[in-house]
Design a protein around this ligand. Sequence first.
Ligand code: 6R9
Length: 677
Amino acid sequence: MALDNSAPPAGSAGGTPPAAGTPDAPAPGLENLLTEDRRFPPDPAFAAQANAHAELYSWANSARLEFWAEQARSLLDWAEPFQEVLDWSGAPVARWFGDGRLNAAYNAVDRHVAAGHGDRVALHFEGEPGDTRTLTYADLQREVSRAAHALTELGVQTGDRVAIYLPLIPEAVIAMLACARIGAPHSVVFGGFSAEALHTRILDADARVVITADGGYRRGAASALKPTVDEALAKGSGDVVRRVLVVRRTGQDVPWTEGRDVWWHDAVDRAPDTHEPVAVEAEHPLFILYTSGTTGKPKGIFHTTGGYLTQAAWTHLNVFDLKPETDVYWCTADVGWVTGHTYVVYGPLINGATQVIYEGTPDTPHRGRWWEIVQKYGVSILYTAPTAIRTCMKWGEDVPGGFDLSSLRVLGSVGEPINPEAWTWYRRVIGGDRTPVVDTWWQTETGAIMISPLPGVTVAKPGSAQTPLPGIAADVIDDDARSVPNGSGGYLVLTEPWPSMLRGIWGDEQRFRDTYWSRFAGIYFAGDGAKKDEDGDIWLLGRVDDVMNVSGHRLSTTEIESALVSHPSVAEAAVVGATDDTTGQAVVAFVILRGGAAERSPEETATELRAHVAQQIGPIAKPRTILVVPELPKTRSGKIMRRLLRDVAEHRQVGDATTLADSSVMDLIQQGLQKPA
Ligand code: 6R9
């Protein structure tokens, strides 16, 4: 979650909204991204076959509710059709399709089998050690049915919560769908989280059952998961009897609590392989997903069924131009993140897609592993994060160059602003200079993609998410909630309810109102800064608290990072604003150099990089300090934790680093810090 890399947004954890600078006048230094003038018009051949077309915007603009109602009817099967489209009388809690009933697992699996597609591959699983499994939709139907029976046997009833703490293996998808099948909201906790984090999440959601595995494979070794669950439950589990369902993945020894722990293969494999899905109300909770703030307890964002599935399916079909019969789709996210929920599990399966899931890291056992997978399965749609793209840039284009990537036809990006250099590299090196690239802006809270180009329709601008999707209303506003004119920056807000919007924070409605709806009355404040260019297209500038104020000038961390990365010596950059006696804040940059550049003296490099930033943005944006580092601290979802870098920049003891993907990175940075230039 984005909040990992910064302070919480306005009102979060009861705090006061950040006093960001007045965004209504274009501040010097925010111009650079907007001078990016490369344009990538849709290829006519692609446009001719595209799912999306320009008229979708006018249709949705003139009849937004009808547009969504039509998507809900055509993309989903309803056990009981809805009459009511939106009830906003309880704002900010929306009810979409409120009088309809449906089942998510039935929509994701059974109806494809019923329609004669049982033999279509749903999942090509690639384990990190190289083991593989293929599950067709018919296989998935049997597995999900068995698991649903097993959960019922363990005492799970409709409405009960189930925690899922698994590696990215087929059972993760099966477990989520089995919960959905019986109407038990799942709460997936990323397998890299600690016992403490798992414990808080189990308690907050009051989960009756925890589904886990003995372990999983990561970076060439089997790592254990089950002991973390034991530790989490040992911290006290309230007065609830909790059961633990354990998948055997690695075969390693596991501590066992008789009477509580059950092997998946014992409970699931012998269960009947047909099961009647439970049709729930459209507003029945489908899942809870925790997003960590920097302060306060994590927020259990919860989503409901009908609206969420509608927008998940529509966006997946149109933003990625999915052709279910022929495409092989791969989203590299783990199911522990919202991207894995919406674009590994629900969106693709609702649409009957064939997809790849991969358990491990991109460089195990070699740096070409991802591209080898693309070649092996003929992946045609790839969805990943800018941090992964920049890592591949760092490794060099020879690596992907060694594989046949000609099957790719659409590339997607999510999670952070993608700087224009990474965007063009992605398109050129991975996409063979031919594929559309879609930069998709959304959040755990929004449930599905909100702002993105549509492939085959939009003339793409590298670095910009560009346009709210049809049926979505977004704007950039100033401190007084006035829409800013084109060419100006401000706060990104969503001005109309959308089907996949969060319905709240689990067990804390007040916090939901305070966090998202209080900064601007009645308007959803996303916590991101953005700019409109002269065409009105939206450029994301990062969290508002990533906006620095240097000598009264607003500078965006993203923009300076983008300028640094456009220098040939720089592989990756992270910029923070450090308190400075004279200028208020000063720009401090942490850079990872590319292979050859690392041999030069840090002083020489820093001088050159400063001049480069001055030339790209303006002298005001020149970093005061440039630190050459071997790695950057990132969360497991790939977001840079600037908060920790700020501690380094301000010579403080480094704060809580437990949500880092690799907690040794901060030691590495501090030990290896070359003399600040
Ligand atoms: C899907 C996801 C949400 C935050 C969001 C923003 C950042 C995501 C982005 C992007 C610029 C994009 N973000 N996509 N910023 N361009 N295409 O990442 O959800 O983990 O909740 O993070 O991520 O700051 O507010 P989540």
